[in-house]
Design a protein around this ligand. Structure first.
Ligand SMILES: [Cu+2]
Length: 412
């Protein structure tokens, strides 16, 4: 295919532009497939300035589309953009490599994109099936990645993960996706709870400033991942576009005292882990599946120093856990705790596994974990692939209450 041949010659950002052309086409399906970007050749790190250049280029590209029409998108037109972008990119300097940035340091954004794990809507309760409207807004924003590091996230609702959606089996769900005015990219949503083409992705693909909607019937109970599915899908997910939808069974889930919402993801930055300043995304590292950061709920410290989970001795705890990925599965472990019940793969209707030390959760999947802390203290959720703890992956559960020396005592 012509487009495919062109895409081979393009650097990543330019391919995204190509994709944006494709997505403006009403017959975009085949073009989406054919405009998959390839690994960039020697891509430089780019900073916000470069990102803004990309935005200008995208706007410019849209103009080209209007002038020539998508059918008229020819090799030379794309090559022109590519050349333009190349010159922009050669001027882009990563913050960490810029000498002037040491003399005039710009503080990293402290905007908190981390979703509090306690941000879970209440159980559905007793009711029959009904029609439920879900509104999602996709927002791109610079947010805190670590104490002195920020990143330009792509989000559902300015938080990572996106909002926890809660419906009942048999519900008709009307999903409205609005792409923010300031977005640079197309976005959409593929919900794994959907039975239908693309999980709703094609039906919700929206350019900046526009809204799309579709409707589905929730046929299967379970805990399902949703994510943006605009190509390159891995990049949209890596940059923060994932969340979960719980489809409760007819009688709901057993009552517990606390419910928490945690998702694991990876961030691929041009700059090495720990570099201060605004970091840029690395498409090359995404293709190589070599993340710099592993995070729970979007950022380093999201569920430790920022929003630690809290409970009390004797309370029942349920964790809705999912892996956005895009590439690395999780070996979820609670240090100093054992999961009384674990529902693998988001299956909440089969009998649970019992007495589980570490739960294996694939990407694009989930697990429900239940336990009752009996000894106070600080507990940590980790991926037992423990190198990832050195790259940001940890969450704290603080348990308050009376000591229970019969079960645990540090003095013998
Ligand atoms: Cu997206």
């Amino acid at each position: 295919m012509g487009n495919q041949a062109e895409a081979c010659t393009l650097a990543d950002d330019t391919s995204l532009i190509g994709h944006r052309f494709a997505m403006s086409d009403s017959n975009a399906g085949s073009r989406i497939q054919s405009s998959q970007p390839r690994a960039p050749a020697g891509r430089d790190a780019h900073d916000m300035q470069a990102s803004m250049s990309r935005r200008r280029l995208l706007v410019g590209a849209a103009g080209v589309t209007a002038a020539f029409g998508v059918a008229g998108l020819t090799g030379p037109a794309v090559a022109q953009n590519n050349g333009q972008h190349g010159s922009q990119r050669s001027r882009a300097v990563a913050p960490s490599n810029s000498l002037s940035s040491r003399a005039y340091p710009v503080p990293a954004s402290d905007t908190d994109i981390a979703r509090d794990a306690a941000d879970v809507p209440p159980p559905i309760g007793k009711r029959g099936p009904m029609t439920v409207r879900v509104d999602l807004e996709t927002i791109e924003l610079e947010g805190r990645l670590d104490s002195s590091t920020s990143f330009r996230y792509w989000t559902f609702g300015q938080k990572v993960p996106g909002p926890f959606i809660r419906v009942r089996v048999g519900d008709t769900v009307e999903v409205h996706l609005r792409n923010g005015e300031d977005s640079m990219m197309m976005h959409n949503v593929d919900l794994h709870a959907v039975t239908g083409p693309g999980g709703g992705a094609e039906a919700t693909t929206a350019p900046p400033g526009e809204e799309r909607a579709f409707r589905f019937k929730a046929l299967h109970p379970g805990l399902f991942v949703y994510h943006c599915a605009v190509p390159p899908v891995a990049m949209h997910i890596a940059n923060g576009m994932y969340g979960m939808i719980l489809v409760e069974p007819e009688d709901g889930l057993p009552k517990v005292d606390r419910e928490f919402y945690i998702m694991q993801g990876e961030l691929y930055t041009d700059q090495p882990f720990g570099t201060p300043g605004l970091l840029s995304d690395s498409y090359e590292k995404i293709l190589d599946e070599r993340p710099e950061y592993f995070v729970f709920n979007g950022s380093v410290g999201a569920l430790t120093s920022r929003h630690p989970m809290r409970t009390r001795v004797g309370e029942t705890v349920r964790v809705f856990f999912g892996v956005g990925g895009p590439n690395h599965m999780s070996s979820l472990h609670l240090v100093g705790g054992i999961f009384d019940r674990a529902y693998p793969l988001g299956d909440i209707t089969s009998p649970p596994l019992r007495n589980i030390q570490t739960m294996s959760v694939p990407t694009g999947s989930s697990a429900v974990l239940e336990f009752k802390p009996s000894v106070p203290g600080r507990y940590a959720f980790l991926d037992h692939a423990l190198s990832r703890a050195e790259r940001g992956l940890a969450a704290w559960l603080d348990v308050e209450g009376d000591e229970n020396p019969e079960i645990f005592s540090s003095s013998v």
